[in-house]
Design a protein around this ligand. Structure first.
Ligand SMILES: Nc1ncnc2c1ncn2[C@@H]1O[C@H](COP(=O)(O)OP(=O)(O)OP(=O)(O)O)[C@@H](O)[C@H]1O
Length: 611
């Protein structure tokens, strides 16, 4: 695989700067969502930040009053310390309140963040379920989903940062007001001290971000190499084929390049950062000398000196922090865009879902000259497929690997739409039925069924999750799919946790997993049953038993079986032979044998193999 060379950082800088600032428009919507999650907590967080923002200037002001009062009382013959101790008492109380506020802020941020996290995770799961499978398989879209899913912590961080910025802005405004009141000229020095480090911050954080983003696919490859190099699923092959050096070299070469680019940037950022900080410190001392000079000239008091120098110092730090956070916020806001783009995906169907679904199938399904190519692919997988599946009929699909059998099922289930042609149910285009209701019609077990790392009970009940507590039904389904014998050997029976991810989990063999997954098909009394060869890992005896049961149980039911096992296929009412996306034969076993074409050739070939 040829790797795309990352574009230079500078080229990307302009566009990413613009797009990250543009992404700030998502902030109001973001806060509206947080507001909806918990209004009370949000108000409390805002209140605490408001108080927290005003306290610094008030405390500094009290410091000034205390010093001025001390100096005043020292100069008096009959000093009265009442006012002084009152100031000290109030300052003490405010310090306590300030500490209380900062703890309340981190508490409310944490709680609000957790609640928002839960709410967005649920939104993402629900939305993913509504989105067409074809979109989920689009790599660009998938990246977006990945980012939306994995960036939840950044979003929570973003919330704290933005609220923190608002707090800083108020603090800064009050401190600036203080400076202007006493020494307006200090503002010039303040601006001089802050601009260099602001420019440095913006420039480098943008470059860092551009570098990270332009290396997205390489970083994904690095993650993948890390994954295959160090996990239990690949360990066997990596050891046996001696792949460690291959993986390590590939990882090293790729990461070295990224490391070097990053290193150069980090060194430059630190060196310039230091230089600009020296400039900042210089201007601070400039201000300090100016203030001392003003005290010595008797223009301002000693208390005002402490107030001004502390305010100036605090302002410099606050402003630096404000600007560096600002660039970070605009970067994180880009992830908001990914998230909102994802949840805004339109899910409305192109056609009106205006037809009520029949309770039971009357005539059956009909594929009419169906053509299909997967999204982003030029290749036609189905080329004018026409056939009928009558109500109550058992149809088998046969054909070589890649002929398009599973694709036919995916179209029937409306995971994809035909490129042209149509699929009818009882004479009506299937797109006109409400999709969720329509899909409820089917009981399907796919070749690549998912191994949920849940308990056996849950794994079986997935076929009809409303029946999770119906032990009799679960046991019945397990008996029919031969999963019962697997469960009988498990320490915790139906409550056995499966897989290795969680404590006390038990891994199953491929065939045992298939038996468990098959039980799902028996959980619901679906109108149409589909078995897409989920039996490849079963031993010969179990496989024939599974199919015989399936055939027996689907007697008189509309069903489709995909299998390469001809002794099963021949038991179907009719057999559809698919070759390179075309129906080449359709008929009963006897008819197709007489036809002496592909089916009889494949059947004879397999029968000979068994002799
Ligand atoms: N999501 C997808 N995106 C693009 N192409 C796909 C996708 N899924 C399958 N294909 C391609 O479509 C063709 C038909 O695949 P399909 O899974 O329908 O074959 P099949 O007849 O069920 O094969 P098998 O007997 O191996 O299960 C194959 O060439 C495959 O590469």
């Amino acid at each position: 695989m040829r790797r795309r060379k990352p574009t230079s950082i500078k080229d990307k800088n302009k566009t990413s700067l613009k797009s990250s600032f543009n992404a700030l428009v998502y902030l109001p919507r973001f806060f509206k969502e947080i507001w909806k999650v918990n209004k009370g907590l949000f108000l409390l967080a805002a209140f605490c930040r408001g108080i927290g923002a005003l306290l610094p200037v008030v405390i500094l002001w009290l410091g000034k009053l205390i010093i001025d009062e001390i100096i005043l009382q020292i100069s008096l013959e009959l000093p009265d310390y009442t006012v002084l101790w009152t100031y000290v008492g109030v300052e003490f109380a405010l310090i306590i309140v300030s500490d209380l506020m900062s703890r309340a802020i981190s508490l409310t941020d944490g709680l609000l963040g957790d609640e928002y996290n839960i709410a967005t995770s649920i939104t993402i799961i629900k939305k993913t379920n509504q989105i067409n499978i074809s979109l989920l398989e689009d790599s660009e879209f998938y990246d977006k989903l990945e980012r939306a899913r994995t960036q939840t912590t950044s979003r929570v961080g973003l919330m704290s940062n933005v609220l923190g910025q608002a707090q800083s802005a108020i603090s800064i405004a009050t401190l600036v007001a203080g400076l202007i009141y006493f020494e307006p000229y200090l503002i010039i020095l303040l601006v001089l001290s802050i601009i260099p480090s602001f420019i440095n911050e913006v420039r480098f954080s943008q470059q860092q971000y551009s570098l990270a983003r332009s290396w997205t696919s390489e970083r994904r490859e690095l993650d993948y190499l890390r994954f295959i190099g160090a996990n239990d699923k690949t360990a066997k092959e990596i050891k046996l084929f001696g792949l460690t050096d291959f993986v390590v070299d590939r990882f090293k070469n790729l990461s070295e390049e990224y490391y070097q680019l990053n290193k150069t940037l980090a060194i430059k950022r630190s060196a310039l950062g230091f230089l600009f900080n020296v400039l900042g410190t210089l201007s601070y001392y400039g201000a300090y000398v100016f203030i001392i000079y003003r005290v010595l000239s008797g223009v301002i008091t000693l208390g005002e000196l402490t107030f001004l120098s502390a305010s100036f110092n605090r302002l410099t730090r606050n402003l630096q922090d404000f600007f560096s956070k600002f660039t970070r916020i605009s970067e994180s806001a880009l992830y908001l865009k990914d998230y909102f783009d994802f949840i805004d995906i339109s899910i409305s169907s192109k056609v009106k879902e205006d037809c009520p679904l029949p309770k039971h199938i009357k005539t059956g399904f009909e594929f009419k000259d169906v053509h299909f190519a997967y999204p982003n692919s030029e290749q036609d997988i189905l080329k004018g497929v026409s056939f009928t599946l009558k109500a109550g009929e058992k149809l088998a699909f046969v054909g070589q690997n890649g002929a398009g059998k599973t694709t036919l099922i995916k179209l029937l289930l409306r995971f994809y739409e035909p490129t042209s042609g149509e699929i009818l149910l009882d004479g009506v285009n299937i797109n006109r039925y409400a999709i969720a209701e329509y899909q409820e019609f089917f009981g399907v077990i796919f070749q690549d069924f998912f191994r949920y790392e849940f308990t056996v009970r849950e794994n079986i009940a997935i076929g009809d999750i409303d029946e999770l507590e119906n032990q009799d039904k679960i046991e019945e389904a397990a008996a029919l799919s031969l999963a019962k014998e697997v469960v009988d050997d498990l320490k915790y029976g139906y409550n056995q946790q499966l897989g290795k991810r969680f404590t006390n989990g038990q891994e199953l063999s491929g065939g045992q997993w298939q038996k468990v997954a098959l039980a799902r098909a028996y959980m619901k009394d679906a109108e149409v049953m589909i078995l897409d060869e989920p039996t490849s890992a079963l031993d010969a005896r179990a496989e024939s038993e599974v199919f015989d049961r399936f055939i027996g149980l689907t007697e008189g039911k509309t069903s489709i079986i995909i299998s390469h096992r001809f002794s099963t296929v021949r038991q179907a009412d009719r057999i559809l032979v698919l070759e390179h996306g075309r129906v080449v034969e359709i008929g009963t076993h006897e008819e197709l044998m007489l036809n002496k074409a592909l089916y009889s050739e494949l059947f004879t070939l397999q029968a000979e193999g068994y002799q």
